[in-house]
Design a protein around this ligand. Structure first.
Ligand code: NAP
Length: 252
């Protein structure tokens, strides 16, 4: 499977490491211009340097609407259009029982994982429509539909983000916006290192070799921009599904 992204502009939140950084490389390999958004300005500048002229690094905290709006405007100013937004930025913290969780930290997870997605969607809609329509993908999780001990902030935020994808499809699916989520399974990134260190719930007990490499969801995100993924519009694509892996071309 290859989806040709030549001439397209793809903005990716949380592009400083992990799945987001791998996605930036995959979209650039597919021919796209990529806009790298994250708080770690050195990491995104370094990745943009590696990718070359097809990459623009824009420091951005997704909890601040005006920063997201400014970053996406910079994407259009630099590359002339916006075709795809990947809402990938996310955090697992706070890992804590509901009774013990710090309310500020709990709210911060919602601000990043749910409000941050709304910020991206809201700012991207008019820009994507101006470009003739496109795709908004949100990186989801099995935690959106499964309650896990100690992960109430993460599970609640991911469930909310999954519903936002469904609402976006309901409102804009017939107006030129393809809305989809990607549930990747467990991926070998810093987030899984944090989970392992916590020792909380069954996910922390997984062996490191159980996790897939970030290049797999990165390839899936490119594939989801093509018509083969249309049957999942408004819903999550699961990369645990062997048929999806085969279509994407990962996992042997
Ligand atoms: P990661 O390596 O920890 O990367 C998280 C990314 O999110 C970083 O680039 C980080 O950049 C960015 N981020 C965090 N807060 C941000 C903010 N306020 N504004 C902008 N960017 C922010 O984790 P990952 O595994 O690649 O996670 C990527 C996505 O996949 C997340 O949505 C996660 O929930 C989802 N996911 C991961 C797994 C897994 O097993 N790893 C499984 C299912 C779903 P800065 O710190 O530079 O801002």
């Amino acid at each position: 499977m290859t989806v040709d992204m030549t001439g397209k502009t793809v903005a990716i939140t949380g592009a400083s490491r992990g799945i987001g950084a791998a996605a930036a490389r995959s979209f650039a390999d597919a021919g796209a211009n990529v806009v790298l958004m994250a708080r770690d300005r050195e990491a995104i500048a370094s990745l943009a340097g590696e990718i070359g002229a097809a990459a623009l690094a824009v420091p951005c905290d997704v909890t601040r609407y005006w920063e997201v709006e400014t970053a996406l405007a910079a994407a259009v100013k630099t590359f002339g259009r916006l075709d795809v937004l990947v809402n990938n930025a996310g955090v697992i913290d706070p890992i804590a029982a509901i009774a013990a969780a710090d309310p500020e930290a709990w709210g911060q997870a919602i601000d990043i994982n749910l409000k941050g997605v709304f910020h991206g969607v809201h700012a991207a809609i008019p820009l994507i429509l101006d470009s003739g329509g496109g795709t908004i993908i949100t990186v989801s999780s099995g935690a959106a539909v499964n309650a896990l001990e100690g992960w109430s902030a993460y599970c609640s935020s991911k469930a909310g983000a999954k519903m936002l994808t469904a609402c976006l499809h309901r409102e804009m699916g017939d107006k030129g916006i393809r809305a989809l989520g990607l549930s990747p399974g467990t991926v070998a990134t810093d987030m899984q290192r944090e989970i392992k260190a916590s020792g909380v719930n069954a996910v922390s007990q997984l062996d490191w070799t159980d996790h897939i490499p970030p290049e797999w969801p990165a390839k899936a995100l490119v594939w989801m921009c093509g018509p083969e993924a249309d049957r999942w519009l408004g819903d999550d694509v699961s990369l645990r599904d062997p048929a999806v892996r085969a279509a994407v071309g990962v996992g042997g």
